[in-house]
Design a protein around this ligand. Structure first.
Ligand SMILES: NC(=O)c1ccc[n+]([C@@H]2O[C@H](COP(=O)([O-])OP(=O)(O)OC[C@H]3O[C@@H](n4cnc5c(N)ncnc54)[C@H](OP(=O)(O)O)[C@@H]3O)[C@@H](O)[C@H]2O)c1
Length: 282
């Protein structure tokens, strides 16, 4: 249990063997589960566009899907998963509980499971820290109950600082598997990376493209060296650091390109050049 100390094991990406091994780079969570480093983000995908995009992502080989109660697309995702024929055991599905569902966590998860057509999610996240005295801890306690009941195999948080994570750990003895936070080369912050790593919390980045200037010369240079696009360099930068990344696209060619990031790797100098885009490097 990572709540016991700061000496909880640090995380590092591992490659999974198998015929698609190279495409299935994963990181091991604090419950022992393997999370594919590249997932498919679904914010702002609604209705038929959500269904079509998720079907295409699954066809292309994504096995990690990221949604949330707030996205209003769990039913479309559930339908796409059911129609895809992909085995449940091969899939990693994350959803999130809005902070204003404090006190209604069980019903919220129940509804997510119904819409997703699943009997459990692989990861359930607190979408943002709930307000109010002890709100964050009270919600976290319900998350731990959901994990105990097997409705969420792993539990985590989103948009939390290391200090807020420490509050959860001191109150309950159990820390999150994941902190899903805004992340991109421009956000690179080695201290935050270390703070999460030493707590055994995997860093999952969101909005990798929205937060990046894809015209940055440093990205163009690395992209040209490998014959890939700047967007692919951004994703590969995440993988080479062991950060989880969940790009969203509604465009079939981009859904494909965003998954095709295993055929190259950044050299240490290239990694440092992309790190240097960070405003908070230190
Ligand atoms: N926990 C949280 O609070 C939180 C907050 C935000 C996001 N998220 C999660 O993180 C996921 C990703 O973040 P996001 O959706 O905000 O942003 P994103 O993935 O950084 O960017 C999506 C945008 O980039 C475009 N795009 C996709 N692939 C591209 C490529 N190869 N080249 C150039 N442009 C490309 C997309 O356009 P098209 O779709 O038109 O192709 C879309 O406009 C979300 O979908 C959601 O699952 C979580």
């Amino acid at each position: 249990m990572i709540g016991r100390s700061r000496t909880a094991r640090s995380w590092a990406p591992t490659a999974v063997s198998g015929k698609n091994g190279a495409m299935k780079r994963t990181v091991t969570l604090n419950n022992g589960a393997e999370l594919p480093l590249v997932g498919f983000g679904t914010w702002q995908l609604r209705d038929a566009a959500a269904y079509d995009a998720v079907r295409h992502a699954l066809d292309v080989g994504y096995r990690h899907l990221d949604t949330a109660t707030m996205y209003g697309n769990e039913a479309e995702i559930g339908r796409a998963v059911a129609d895809s024929g992909v085995d449940r055991d091969e899939l990693f599905v994350t959803t999130k509980c809005p902070p204003d569902r404090l006190g209604q966590e069980d019903e919220t998860l129940q509804r997510s499971l119904r819409d997703l057509r699943l009997d459990h999610v692989d990861l359930w996240l607190v979408h943002w820290p709930p307000h109010g005295e002890h709100g964050s801890v009270r919600m976290w306690e319900r998350f731990l109950v959901a994990r105990e009941r097997g409705r969420a195999t792993a539990v985590g948080v989103s948009n939390y600082s290391p200090e807020l994570i420490d509050e959860l750990v001191s109150a309950t003895g159990a820390g999150p598997a994941i902190d899903q936070i805004p992340w991109s080369p421009a956000d690179h912050d080695p201290k935050l990376v270390e703070d999460l790593r030493e707590r055994g919390v995997v860093l999952e980045g969101y909005s990798p493209f929205k937060r990046t200037d894809l015209d940055a010369p440093a990205l163009a240079e690395v992209a040209a060296a490998h014959g890939v696009t700047p967007a692919q360099v951004v994703l590969r930068w995440h993988l080479d650091h062991g950060f989880v990344v969940i790009p969203k696209s509604v465009t079939p060619s981009r859904i494909e390109a965003n998954f095709e990031v295993t055929g190259f790797s950044l050299t240490p100098d290239e990694l440092a050049a992309v790190d240097a885009l960070g405003h908070r490097r230190g």
